[in-house]
Design a protein around this ligand. Structure first.
Ligand code: CP
Ligand code: NVA
Length: 320
């Protein structure tokens, strides 16, 4: 029997595999657009475990597995014995006997690692305090599709994924959080040029940075100056200043992040054709201005939709 594959971090796939996933995600996007059924994983049961709130992750995974012909079992914060302290390693071994895959959203990254260690079926990271790989997969699909410019026409040949993604320069503005860390992984894995502007004390995880730089691919530049980070760049991303679990720091963070909001002025310092990503939920007037998220540079709604297509590709890849 082949060893099961988990998806806890972007580094759980190779650059070539990631390109294949994005290519398949695009095919699935077009298939769905034409309302062609694609039940490639009939009867597969996918557990979705949430220890934090979710809109997109929950709905996109639930719809994804249903459209692939399978079924989701959703456990919210208070629905399982996990909330009453049952060990994650026990949960892993039990869930793996009912389900063919387990997606989990939780706090410490070690909880996902523990689940994966004890589960005999593939485990997918639906967000931890450290990483959010499913989101960046969808973000990369969004950038690829935007640049490939096939305008919904699958009969136009799709250009190779990696050269397209490497043809632009990326910027992150705001908290050095799970999303920032995952973009750093993407830069190291795929060889992207990424600049990040984070206030002092809110920089990305140093181990993630070291691992990504260790691939000797791409460029990762970290500064405290948002204008320097976005100058002339093509893909700008941001996220909330206070992630889930950090709500009690919201006021301190609001002060620390003054000047880090992605507004029209900051966008004007980027390349004139720059596009803007945000994983959502967004706080307008904090990390992103209304004029930017609602403006012509914003790809955020397509980005949210692509969670569905990218995760379908991921489920096909990971579920035997
Ligand atoms: N972007 C994202 O993961 O959204 P949810 O928190 O709604 O799942
Ligand atoms: N950084 C955010 C992402 C939400 C999808 C959080 O962890 O809350």
């Amino acid at each position: 029997m082949e060893k099961k594959r988990d998806f806890l971090s972007l580094f759980d796939v190779s650059d070539v595999e990631l390109a294949q996933l994005l290519r398949r995600a695009e095919e699935l996007r077009f298939l769905r657009g034409r309302r062609e059924p694609h039940p490639t994983r009939p009867g597969r049961m996918l557990a979705l475990i949430f220890e934090k709130a979710s809109t997109r992750t929950r709905v996109s995974f639930e719809v994804a597995i249903a459209e692939l012909g399978g079924h989701a079992v959703v456990l919210g914060k208070n629905d399982s014995q996990l909330g009453r302290g049952e060990p994650i390693k026990d949960t892993a071994r039990v869930m793996a006997r009912y389900c063919h895959g387990i997606m989990v959203r939780t706090f410490g990254h070690e909880r996902v690692e523990e689940l994966a260690k004890y589960s005999s079926v593939p485990v997918l990271n639906g967000l931890t305090d450290l990483l959010h790989p499913c989101q960046v997969l969808a973000d990369l699909q969004t950038v690829y599709a935007h640049l490939a410019g096939r305008a919904g026409n699958p009969s136009v040949p799709a250009p190779d994924v990696l050269p397209v993604l490497r043809s632009v320069r990326y910027a992150w503005v705001g908290d050095g959080n799970n999303m920032a860390n995952t973009w750093i992984e993407a830069a190291g894995l795929l060889g992207l040029d990424l600049a990040l502007a984070c206030p002092k004390g809110y920089e990305p995880n140093p181990e993630v940075v070291a691992r990504a730089r260790g691939t000797a691919k791409g460029k990762i530049h970290i500064t405290a100056d948002p204008r320097e980070a976005v100058a002339g760049r093509h893909v700008l991303s941001t996220d909330v200043f206070a992630s889930m679990g950090k709500e009690d720091e919201a006021e301190t963070r609001r002060r620390a992040f003054a000047g880090y909001g992605l507004d029209g002025k900051l966008l004007a310092a980027a390349d004139p054709k720059a596009v803007v990503l945000h994983c959502l939920p967004a706080h307008r007037g904090e990390e992103i201005a209304d004029e930017v998220i609602e403006g012509p540079a914003s790809l955020v709604w397509q980005e949210a939709e692509n969670r569905l297509h990218a995760q379908k590709a991921l489920l096909e890849w990971i579920l035997p």
